[in-house]
Design a protein around this ligand. Structure first.
Ligand SMILES: [Fe+2]
Ligand SMILES: [Fe+2]
Length: 304
Protein backbone atom coordinates (compact mmCIF):
# COMPACT_ATOMS: atom_id res chain seq x y z
CA UNK A 1 0.00 0.00 0.00
CA UNK A 2 1.28 3.41 -0.85
CA UNK A 3 2.29 5.49 2.13
CA UNK A 4 1.94 9.20 2.48
CA UNK A 5 3.80 11.38 4.96
CA UNK A 6 2.22 14.39 6.62
CA UNK A 7 4.12 17.62 6.04
CA UNK A 8 4.55 19.85 9.06
CA UNK A 9 2.97 23.29 8.76
CA UNK A 10 6.31 25.00 9.33
CA UNK A 11 7.77 23.08 6.38
CA UNK A 12 5.03 23.51 3.79
CA UNK A 13 6.56 26.54 2.05
CA UNK A 14 10.02 24.98 1.83
CA UNK A 15 9.34 22.37 -0.86
CA UNK A 16 9.47 22.90 -4.57
CA UNK A 17 10.71 19.80 -6.32
CA UNK A 18 8.14 17.31 -5.03
CA UNK A 19 4.38 17.12 -5.39
CA UNK A 20 1.97 17.52 -2.47
CA UNK A 21 -1.20 15.55 -1.94
CA UNK A 22 -4.27 16.04 0.23
CA UNK A 23 -6.76 13.55 1.50
CA UNK A 24 -10.19 13.63 -0.08
CA UNK A 25 -13.38 12.90 1.85
CA UNK A 26 -13.34 9.27 0.83
CA UNK A 27 -9.79 8.87 2.14
CA UNK A 28 -7.98 8.90 -1.17
CA UNK A 29 -4.98 11.07 -1.87
CA UNK A 30 -5.26 13.65 -4.56
CA UNK A 31 -2.70 16.02 -6.08
CA UNK A 32 -2.57 19.45 -4.38
CA UNK A 33 0.53 20.95 -5.92
CA UNK A 34 2.60 19.59 -8.71
CA UNK A 35 6.35 19.11 -8.88
CA UNK A 36 8.12 22.43 -9.46
CA UNK A 37 5.51 24.63 -7.78
CA UNK A 38 6.08 26.29 -4.45
CA UNK A 39 3.41 27.37 -1.99
CA UNK A 40 4.78 30.67 -0.89
CA UNK A 41 4.60 31.77 2.70
CA UNK A 42 2.60 34.95 2.13
CA UNK A 43 -0.11 33.07 0.25
CA UNK A 44 -0.25 30.33 2.85
CA UNK A 45 -0.84 32.88 5.59
CA UNK A 46 -3.95 34.09 3.80
CA UNK A 47 -5.53 30.86 2.62
CA UNK A 48 -6.89 27.93 4.51
CA UNK A 49 -5.35 24.78 3.21
CA UNK A 50 -5.83 21.11 4.09
CA UNK A 51 -3.25 18.84 5.72
CA UNK A 52 -0.69 18.15 3.02
CA UNK A 53 1.22 14.97 2.38
CA UNK A 54 4.15 13.81 0.33
CA UNK A 55 4.49 10.43 -1.26
CA UNK A 56 6.78 8.08 0.64
CA UNK A 57 9.01 7.49 -2.38
CA UNK A 58 9.80 11.22 -2.43
CA UNK A 59 11.14 11.13 1.12
CA UNK A 60 14.85 11.29 0.25
CA UNK A 61 14.40 14.17 -2.18
CA UNK A 62 12.19 15.89 0.39
CA UNK A 63 14.86 15.63 3.08
CA UNK A 64 17.59 17.07 0.89
CA UNK A 65 15.36 19.91 -0.17
CA UNK A 66 14.22 20.64 3.37
CA UNK A 67 17.70 20.88 4.78
CA UNK A 68 18.85 23.23 2.04
CA UNK A 69 15.68 25.34 2.12
CA UNK A 70 15.56 25.71 5.87
CA UNK A 71 19.15 26.92 6.04
CA UNK A 72 18.59 29.33 3.18
CA UNK A 73 15.43 30.66 4.76
CA UNK A 74 17.15 31.40 8.06
CA UNK A 75 20.19 32.84 6.41
CA UNK A 76 18.04 35.17 4.32
CA UNK A 77 16.00 36.39 7.28
CA UNK A 78 19.11 36.97 9.35
CA UNK A 79 20.90 38.76 6.51
CA UNK A 80 17.93 41.11 6.32
CA UNK A 81 18.20 41.76 10.03
CA UNK A 82 14.83 40.18 10.70
CA UNK A 83 15.66 38.81 14.11
CA UNK A 84 12.06 39.05 15.23
CA UNK A 85 11.00 36.82 12.35
CA UNK A 86 13.75 34.34 13.08
CA UNK A 87 12.60 34.20 16.67
CA UNK A 88 8.98 33.77 15.65
CA UNK A 89 9.87 31.01 13.21
CA UNK A 90 11.89 29.25 15.87
CA UNK A 91 9.07 29.59 18.38
CA UNK A 92 6.69 28.10 15.86
CA UNK A 93 9.02 25.21 15.11
CA UNK A 94 9.50 24.52 18.81
CA UNK A 95 5.80 24.75 19.57
CA UNK A 96 4.99 22.42 16.72
CA UNK A 97 7.64 19.96 17.81
CA UNK A 98 6.30 19.95 21.35
CA UNK A 99 2.69 19.48 20.31
CA UNK A 100 1.38 15.95 20.72
CA UNK A 101 2.17 14.19 17.43
CA UNK A 102 -0.58 12.51 15.50
CA UNK A 103 1.77 10.77 13.14
CA UNK A 104 3.68 8.79 15.79
CA UNK A 105 3.11 5.49 14.04
CA UNK A 106 3.53 6.78 10.54
CA UNK A 107 6.69 7.25 8.59
CA UNK A 108 7.53 10.85 9.27
CA UNK A 109 10.05 13.43 8.30
CA UNK A 110 12.28 14.47 11.19
CA UNK A 111 11.31 17.42 13.33
CA UNK A 112 12.20 20.75 11.77
CA UNK A 113 14.25 21.51 14.83
CA UNK A 114 16.37 18.41 14.39
CA UNK A 115 16.90 19.28 10.74
CA UNK A 116 18.02 22.75 11.72
CA UNK A 117 20.49 21.29 14.17
CA UNK A 118 21.68 18.61 11.78
CA UNK A 119 20.73 15.76 14.08
CA UNK A 120 18.25 14.03 11.84
CA UNK A 121 20.23 10.82 11.70
CA UNK A 122 20.27 10.43 15.42
CA UNK A 123 17.61 9.04 17.70
CA UNK A 124 18.55 11.39 20.49
CA UNK A 125 17.37 14.51 18.78
CA UNK A 126 17.05 17.96 20.22
CA UNK A 127 13.49 17.11 21.16
CA UNK A 128 14.38 14.91 24.06
CA UNK A 129 16.01 17.86 25.84
CA UNK A 130 13.42 20.36 24.84
CA UNK A 131 10.69 18.19 26.31
CA UNK A 132 12.60 18.04 29.57
CA UNK A 133 12.86 21.81 29.62
CA UNK A 134 9.22 22.26 28.70
CA UNK A 135 8.02 19.81 31.30
CA UNK A 136 9.35 22.17 33.95
CA UNK A 137 8.74 25.67 32.67
CA UNK A 138 7.38 27.42 29.60
CA UNK A 139 9.37 30.53 30.53
CA UNK A 140 12.46 28.42 30.18
CA UNK A 141 11.41 27.35 26.67
CA UNK A 142 11.03 30.99 25.66
CA UNK A 143 14.44 31.87 27.05
CA UNK A 144 15.94 28.90 25.25
CA UNK A 145 14.36 29.87 21.93
CA UNK A 146 15.59 33.46 22.26
CA UNK A 147 19.13 32.40 23.10
CA UNK A 148 19.11 30.00 20.15
CA UNK A 149 17.80 32.68 17.77
CA UNK A 150 20.49 35.15 18.86
CA UNK A 151 23.14 32.46 18.53
CA UNK A 152 22.04 31.69 14.98
CA UNK A 153 22.12 35.39 14.19
CA UNK A 154 25.69 35.63 15.48
CA UNK A 155 26.84 32.58 13.52
CA UNK A 156 25.27 33.61 10.22
CA UNK A 157 26.46 37.18 10.53
CA UNK A 158 30.04 36.12 11.18
CA UNK A 159 29.96 33.41 8.49
CA UNK A 160 30.51 30.45 10.78
CA UNK A 161 30.70 27.10 9.03
CA UNK A 162 27.55 25.03 8.87
CA UNK A 163 28.85 22.52 11.37
CA UNK A 164 29.96 25.18 13.89
CA UNK A 165 26.61 26.91 13.52
CA UNK A 166 24.77 23.69 14.24
CA UNK A 167 26.94 22.84 17.21
CA UNK A 168 26.45 26.27 18.70
CA UNK A 169 22.71 26.29 18.10
CA UNK A 170 22.47 22.90 19.78
CA UNK A 171 24.57 24.15 22.69
CA UNK A 172 22.28 27.18 23.00
CA UNK A 173 19.18 25.02 22.92
CA UNK A 174 20.29 22.82 25.79
CA UNK A 175 22.51 25.14 27.83
CA UNK A 176 19.90 25.35 30.61
CA UNK A 177 18.66 21.77 30.50
CA UNK A 178 19.85 21.47 34.12
CA UNK A 179 17.13 23.95 35.09
CA UNK A 180 14.59 21.26 34.23
CA UNK A 181 15.64 19.60 37.49
CA UNK A 182 15.19 22.69 39.62
CA UNK A 183 12.04 23.65 41.48
CA UNK A 184 9.79 25.54 39.09
CA UNK A 185 9.09 28.25 41.66
CA UNK A 186 12.77 29.16 41.69
CA UNK A 187 12.91 29.28 37.90
CA UNK A 188 9.76 31.33 37.47
CA UNK A 189 9.71 33.57 40.51
CA UNK A 190 9.31 37.25 39.89
CA UNK A 191 11.06 38.05 43.16
CA UNK A 192 14.75 38.24 43.89
CA UNK A 193 16.04 34.82 44.90
CA UNK A 194 16.94 34.26 48.53
CA UNK A 195 20.49 33.08 49.24
CA UNK A 196 19.23 29.57 49.73
CA UNK A 197 17.25 29.62 46.46
CA UNK A 198 20.21 31.09 44.58
CA UNK A 199 22.41 28.31 45.89
CA UNK A 200 19.97 25.77 44.48
CA UNK A 201 19.75 27.67 41.19
CA UNK A 202 23.53 27.65 40.76
CA UNK A 203 23.54 23.86 40.65
CA UNK A 204 21.94 23.86 37.17
CA UNK A 205 25.18 24.06 35.13
CA UNK A 206 26.62 20.92 36.73
CA UNK A 207 23.30 19.17 36.56
CA UNK A 208 22.88 19.99 32.86
CA UNK A 209 26.42 18.90 32.11
CA UNK A 210 25.77 15.59 33.83
CA UNK A 211 22.59 15.02 31.86
CA UNK A 212 24.18 15.76 28.51
CA UNK A 213 27.34 13.71 28.85
CA UNK A 214 25.40 10.79 30.16
CA UNK A 215 22.80 10.35 27.51
CA UNK A 216 24.24 11.24 24.14
CA UNK A 217 27.12 11.27 21.78
CA UNK A 218 27.50 15.02 21.58
CA UNK A 219 30.76 16.70 20.83
CA UNK A 220 32.36 17.63 24.17
CA UNK A 221 31.95 21.32 23.41
CA UNK A 222 28.21 21.05 24.02
CA UNK A 223 28.12 19.72 27.61
CA UNK A 224 30.95 22.14 28.32
CA UNK A 225 28.70 25.07 27.42
CA UNK A 226 26.08 23.79 29.85
CA UNK A 227 28.76 23.65 32.55
CA UNK A 228 30.49 26.95 31.82
CA UNK A 229 27.86 29.42 30.64
CA UNK A 230 27.73 31.20 34.03
CA UNK A 231 31.52 31.30 34.43
CA UNK A 232 33.17 34.67 33.76
CA UNK A 233 36.71 35.20 32.52
CA UNK A 234 37.60 37.27 35.61
CA UNK A 235 36.81 34.23 37.77
CA UNK A 236 33.66 35.77 39.27
CA UNK A 237 31.25 33.20 37.80
CA UNK A 238 29.98 29.84 38.98
CA UNK A 239 30.11 26.91 39.62
CA UNK A 240 33.92 26.76 39.58
CA UNK A 241 35.15 30.35 39.31
CA UNK A 242 37.12 29.45 36.19
CA UNK A 243 39.08 32.06 34.24
CA UNK A 244 39.88 29.97 31.18
CA UNK A 245 36.71 29.22 29.30
CA UNK A 246 35.99 27.52 26.00
CA UNK A 247 35.07 30.04 23.28
CA UNK A 248 31.63 28.43 22.85
CA UNK A 249 30.95 28.88 26.56
CA UNK A 250 31.97 32.53 26.45
CA UNK A 251 29.70 33.22 23.51
CA UNK A 252 26.64 31.46 24.92
CA UNK A 253 27.34 33.05 28.33
CA UNK A 254 27.30 36.51 26.79
CA UNK A 255 24.16 35.89 24.73
CA UNK A 256 22.49 34.32 27.77
CA UNK A 257 23.14 37.45 29.87
CA UNK A 258 21.92 39.71 27.10
CA UNK A 259 18.76 37.66 26.67
CA UNK A 260 17.98 37.53 30.38
CA UNK A 261 18.26 41.30 30.69
CA UNK A 262 16.44 42.13 27.48
CA UNK A 263 13.55 39.74 27.21
CA UNK A 264 13.09 38.04 30.50
CA UNK A 265 11.80 40.73 32.77
CA UNK A 266 11.60 39.94 36.40
CA UNK A 267 9.55 42.21 38.62
CA UNK A 268 12.59 43.37 40.56
CA UNK A 269 14.44 44.15 37.38
CA UNK A 270 12.39 45.84 34.73
CA UNK A 271 12.84 44.60 31.17
CA UNK A 272 15.44 46.74 29.50
CA UNK A 273 15.46 48.06 25.97
CA UNK A 274 18.12 46.25 23.90
CA UNK A 275 20.29 49.36 23.86
CA UNK A 276 20.13 49.82 27.63
CA UNK A 277 20.99 46.15 28.04
CA UNK A 278 24.02 46.56 25.86
CA UNK A 279 25.33 49.37 28.04
CA UNK A 280 24.77 47.22 31.11
CA UNK A 281 26.73 44.41 29.54
CA UNK A 282 29.37 46.85 28.40
CA UNK A 283 29.93 47.74 32.05
CA UNK A 284 30.48 44.05 32.75
CA UNK A 285 32.90 43.89 29.82
CA UNK A 286 34.82 46.87 31.20
CA UNK A 287 34.98 45.14 34.57
CA UNK A 288 36.57 42.16 32.80
CA UNK A 289 33.75 39.62 32.98
CA UNK A 290 33.46 39.14 29.22
CA UNK A 291 35.97 39.46 26.40
CA UNK A 292 35.97 42.88 24.71
CA UNK A 293 36.55 41.34 21.34
CA UNK A 294 33.60 39.00 21.73
CA UNK A 295 31.36 41.83 22.90
CA UNK A 296 32.31 43.86 19.83
CA UNK A 297 31.48 40.96 17.55
CA UNK A 298 28.16 40.47 19.30
CA UNK A 299 27.10 44.11 19.03
CA UNK A 300 28.03 44.16 15.35
CA UNK A 301 25.75 41.20 14.65
CA UNK A 302 22.88 43.01 16.37
CA UNK A 303 23.44 45.97 14.09
CA UNK A 304 23.88 48.14 17.19
FE1 LIG B 1 21.89 29.08 32.98
FE1 LIG C 1 20.21 30.55 30.23
Amino acid sequence: MAEYILVKKSQVSLFKSIPFYYQTQNGEYSLYKKKGDRLDEARLKKTKYPDLYIFDADRETAMAELIAALNKDFEKKIAQGKLKEVRETLEFIVEEALAPGQEKNMTALPETLDILLGRYHNDNGAMEYLRKIESNSSILVKHTVNVTALTLQFCFFHNFSESDTRQLAMAALIHDVGCSQIDKTIIETSKRLTDKQFKIYTTHPEMGHGMIIQSTDFDMAIPKVALEHHERIDGSGYPNGLTRLASYSQLIGLIDSYESLTYRGKAFRKVKKPFATLSLIKEEVMRGKFSKELFKRFTSCLGA
